[in-house]
Design a protein around this ligand. Structure first.
Ligand SMILES: [Zn+2]
Length: 614
């Protein structure tokens, strides 16, 4: 068994480990490869705009995330082609279809990048070019493998001309049209061939050699060798490969509906979840994952112990069907919590409309379990995860509930992720996430940013001002963006872009989004007017940070549009994360450099066995 996963960068431990294993495979399978080329792999991934060829790494992983094979694809946006630099199993002939699955995944990626096709080098199966019969046989096997996909060597060119006359086994240039019937246009191919040679062999091939090879592409269209091994039609179409990074791990609370406050006007209702699910599940972007159960420890890591115990005890003592509403608020004498449980509610609460009852604690605890499960999925290699939960959490402070919130799932998940490195929390609920601020205001390892209705007119009224920037060690690590009462999507985005730039500057390793959909037009608790298109763009903008991203559901109460807006947001988030595009509206002072890297080291294709060994 194995799974295929794209590695974007080396931010998370699981990705660092995968890259290190890929580097080991490179060293073992391609011993002639320069140390420099192997060592720069993390940088190539981390800085996609630094090199002319943008590297995309896929790994096939077995149990315990052991890398069994990998493919390193390069995308050249200006010439719209892909180049397969390496594809290799960890050991020769591991079998199990790893090579085929990786190659399919690479083809899928090339198609989604709208590349004209996929180019790569393959050592020749022609006895006049390769003398060693053993190598010749291996080469024939490889070319047979690729021919099954319709990929064949380009013929009638001087590409196989050895740089030095004595060299054995000069590689073919193979082209895979990805199952389409497009022909390969000569002038474009010349540019592509020049880019490949200059980038991969710039230091080995004199310019005159490159000119000669490029000029040898005279056929219009460029011709491929006739099929040699595979009779009949090649396996033309690209079949989708299940690839972890293409899915959003979705965790849905299974007991949220036990918490149902039947008060008139209590808009935080169970139908919110089904309204969202109904719209997002058919997109095919999500993979439902089972809820894992956690102890109280992660909750008590961010909430006051007595507060947690209090909520649990109330749930045990309150009569079924009864609700406890706080009515006494001992704000002056904090050392003396009232003895009676119902009276004590006000000691731990910020408002008078969030009741405690028999079920609130259990529903809130399960929401936390879902958020933690989703966080764990990020650590396991999913790029995006979504905890679709209620009750929401972001108004819950270290020792206070309120605003429909009991435990702050967002903060608990952010804290849970914080040992791996800096975490950014972006709260895009219409209301200020006062709880998240309260929990992290003294910390610099979790950056909390929130875009919300100004507390002059919006709940929670007492917090969310722009001068609340963190305290002590946390000073400067909270950013509040309180906005005016009436706002368009365009105006919203200007602020969102500022917040995203700040996250980029902070160099967060992981992003937690507190997703409120109550910024939408017509939301009964909000005043703004965001429409589905705005949610889509906002999602794309957030995705273009290209961070592992955990989304936790917070507010959003207009049932009629809740699901549509969620769907648009996640479509955008997915696109922003996966598509190759300049980050939306995130201008920097340093436009991406186009560096022709000039091929200062020999490419893997210099060594026998590329693309290799499948
Ligand atoms: Zn809200």
């Amino acid at each position: 068994m194995f799974r295929i996963r794209r590695i974007y960068d080396d931010l998370l431990p699981i990705d660092r480990s995968a890259i290190a294993q890929v580097q080991n495979i490179l060293r073992e399978q391609f011993p002639l490869l320069s140390k420099e080329k192997v060592n720069k792999l993390p940088d190539q991934l981390r800085n996609p705009f630094k090199y002319r060829f943008r590297s995309i790494l896929f790994v096939a992983e077995g149990i315990k995330a052991k890398v069994k094979g990998f493919a390193l694809l390069q995308h050249v946006p200006d010439l719209r082609f892909c180049y397969l630099d390496f594809i290799s199993a960890a050991t020769y002939r591991t079998g199990g279809g790893i090579g085929g699955a990786l190659y399919q995944r690479v083809r899928e990626e090339a198609l989604s990048l709208e590349a004209v096709g996929l180019f790569f080098e393959c050592l020749p199966d022609d006895p006049s070019l390769c003398r060693d019969p053993r190598i010749l046989k291996q080469n024939a096997e490889r070319l047979r493998f690729y021919e099954r996909f319709g990929a064949r060597p380009i013929v009638n060119t001087a590409y196989e001309t050895p740089v030095k006359p004595a060299e054995d086994c000069p590689p073919f240039l193979v082209f895979d049209n990805l199952g389409r019937t497009v022909s390969l246009e000569r002038d474009l191919t010349r540019k592509i061939v020049r880019a490949i040679l200059e980038t991969h062999y710039g230091n080995l091939c004199p310019p005159a050699y490159i000119d000669r090879v490029v000029a040898s592409f005279t056929d219009q269209p460029v011709r491929l060798r006739e099929p040699k091994y595979v009779k009949g039609e090649p396996r033309a179409e690209v079949k989708p490969v299940s690839s972890l990074e293409k899915r959003i791990a979705l965790v849905v609370s299974d007991v949220h509906n036990i918490h149902h406050v039947h008060e008139q006007g209590y808009v935080e209702s169970p139908v919110r979840i089904s309204a969202i699910l109904k719209e997002i599940e058919p997109t095919g972007l999500f993979e439902r994952v089972p809820i894992q159960h956690f102890s109280d420890k992660p909750i008590k890591d961010v909430h006051d112990h007595r507060f947690v115990e209090y909520l649990r005890r109330v749930s045990e003592h309150v009569e079924p069907g009864d609700s406890v509403y706080p009515y006494v608020f001992p704000i002056r004498n904090k050392a003396r919590p009232p003895k009676e449980l119902p009276i004590r509610a006000g000691y731990y609460c910020i408002d008078t409309f969030t009741p405690l009852n028999e079920k609130a604690y259990f529903a809130a605890k399960r929401a936390v379990d879902c958020a933690l499960t989703a966080a764990r999925k990020i650590l396991e290699g999913y790029r995006l995860a979504y905890a679709l939960v209620r009750p929401p959490g972001h108004h819950a402070e270290k020792q206070a509930f309120g605003g429909f919130c009991y435990f702050n799932s967002t903060a608990i998940a952010a804290h849970y992720l914080s040992p791996i490195g800096k975490v950014a929390v972006l709260d895009i609920d219409y209301h200020y996430g006062n709880g998240t601020y309260d929990i992290f205001r003294h910390r610099s390892d979790v950056l909390t940013l929130s875009i919300h209705g100004h507390p002059h007119y919006a709940y929670p009224y007492f917090s969310g001002f722009d001068d609340e920037r963190g305290e002590g060690a946390g000073a400067g690590f909270n950013g509040n963006y309180p906005l005016q009462e009436h706002l368009t999507g365009e105006q919203y985005r200007q602020t969102l872009a500022r917040a995203l730039r700040r996250i980029a500057r902070y160099k967060a390793k992981v992003l937690v989004v507190a997703l409120g959909l109550d910024t939408a037009k017509g939301d009964p608790t909000g005043t703004w007017s965001l429409v589905p298109k705005d949610f889509n763009i906002n999602g794309r903008m957030i995705g273009s940070l290209r961070l592992p991203t955990l989304v936790i559901q917070e507010g959003g109460y207009r049932i009629r549009t809740l699901g549509t807006n969620a769907r648009h947001f996640f479509n955008g988030l997915w696109e922003g994360t996966h598509r190759f595009a300049e980050p939306v509206q995130m201008q920097t002072n340093h436009p991406p450099k186009r560096v022709n890297h000039g091929g200062h080291e020999p490419s893997g294709s210099q060594v026998p066995g590329l693309p290799s060994p499948l």
